[in-house]
Design a binder for this molecule. Structure first.
Ligand code: BMA
Length: 322
């Protein structure tokens, strides 16, 4: 039907309902390179957790030598962050497994330990998953040297599944057939195996051109809630956006629902222009006692934004697509 000008006028007068499942903080970004104590190129993709009542971000920070280093920022209110004077003191590596860039840290609390699972690059084609732990966010102990080639987006589950540690990972495919999210298991956090793709109705689940774990999964009464990233291709390159999925509590390789629509996407200048344009990317979401979920996210690989939503609403959205 062709719409007349009068009809269009009426449509425009109707109130526009634009409630989103995730709302971005109005004064985003919460961290920018300009806030750092020394000149850096980018601050992005933070691991995030609450520790002794404070919010901690372990950020990807690119120093002027173009190396990605982990760097902590701390806050009392989750909005005003103060970066440490220096990058995070990395524990030593063994000579067979040197690390150049360390990035995308995901923080998982197990018992009294806070694990940081991160991507470790020696070169573009030599990406591995590293793991270290801390109890105070001042000093860090290496759990294992990143040694498996061609894997990243490691996100450690906060509890064992069937007696084994569990993680999401994203083994590399190639540019034509990039891999999606997988699960792997380990008896000791060093040797990983029993790997299997994350599945939906028995089939490997693929969303977008590439996809991978985002946040460390959160246990809920309805299943593991996972915020993940999905990558679309356009004429001008990739767009990184976020969705959520719900996974079986006893077998998290099984998807029991997911949000059909994007829940977070780049739209503002601080998300659209930077080291890599059009990217929102998360490593941790913090569940609060009142049911709020705080998602800290990297924006255009340059800044850090905050978005909040309600955990139950996200679960309901996932369960709408089973
Ligand atoms: C991914 C990771 C992220 C980055 C994203 C967009 O592969 O390397 O650190 O935010 O690409 O550049």
């Amino acid at each position: 039907m062709i719409k007349t000008a009068e009809m269009l006028g009426k449509i425009q007068e109707e109130p526009i309902m634009k409630k989103r499942v995730l709302e971005k903080y109005e004064n985003n970004p919460v961290v920018t390179p300009a806030m750092m104590p020394r000149e850096v190129l980018y601050t992005f993709n933070p691991g995030a957790i609450k520790f002794n009542g404070k919010y901690i971000l372990v950020m990807d920070t690119t120093t002027l030598d173009d190396i990605h280093r982990l760097w902590i920022a701390r806050s009392d209110d989750g909005i005003h962050f103060v970066p440490d004077p220096e990058p995070l003191p990395m524990p030593p590596v063994d000579p067979y497994h040197p690390e150049t860039c360390t990035y995308d840290p995901r923080i998982t609390k197990i018992g009294d330990d806070y694990y940081l699972m991160y991507a470790s690059d020696l070169s573009q084609n030599n990406v591995r998953i590293g793991l270290m732990k801390t109890r105070d966010f001042e000093s860090f102990e290496r759990v294992c040297t990143a040694s498996e080639l061609g894997n990243r987006n490691g996100a450690l589950f906060p509890e064992k599944i069937d007696g084994l540690y569990a993680r999401f990972d994203r083994p590399f495919g190639n540019e034509l057939e990039p891999c999606s999210m997988w699960m792997s298991y380990s008896p000791d956090l060093i040797f990983w195996g029993k790997s299997r793709p994350v599945t939906y109705h028995g089939k490997p689940f693929m969303d977008g051109f590439k996809m991978g774990a985002g946040a460390v999964p959160i246990r809920t009464e309805k299943g593991w809630l996972e915020i993940y990233h999905t990558v679309s291709t356009t004429c001008n390159g990739f767009i990184y956006r976020l969705k959520a999925m719900l996974l079986d509590i006893n077998d998290p390789s099984v998807i029991i629902g997911y949000t059909k629509d994007f829940i977070l996407w780049p739209e503002h200048e601080y998300e659209n222009r930077g080291r890599v344009n059009n990217v929102v990317f998360t490593c941790n979401a913090i569940p609060e006692d009142d049911g709020t979920l705080r998602i800290y996210y990297g924006a255009a690989d340059t800044n850090i934004g905050l978005a909040t939503g309600n955990i139950n609403e996200l679960i309901e959205l996932c369960l709408a697509n089973q």
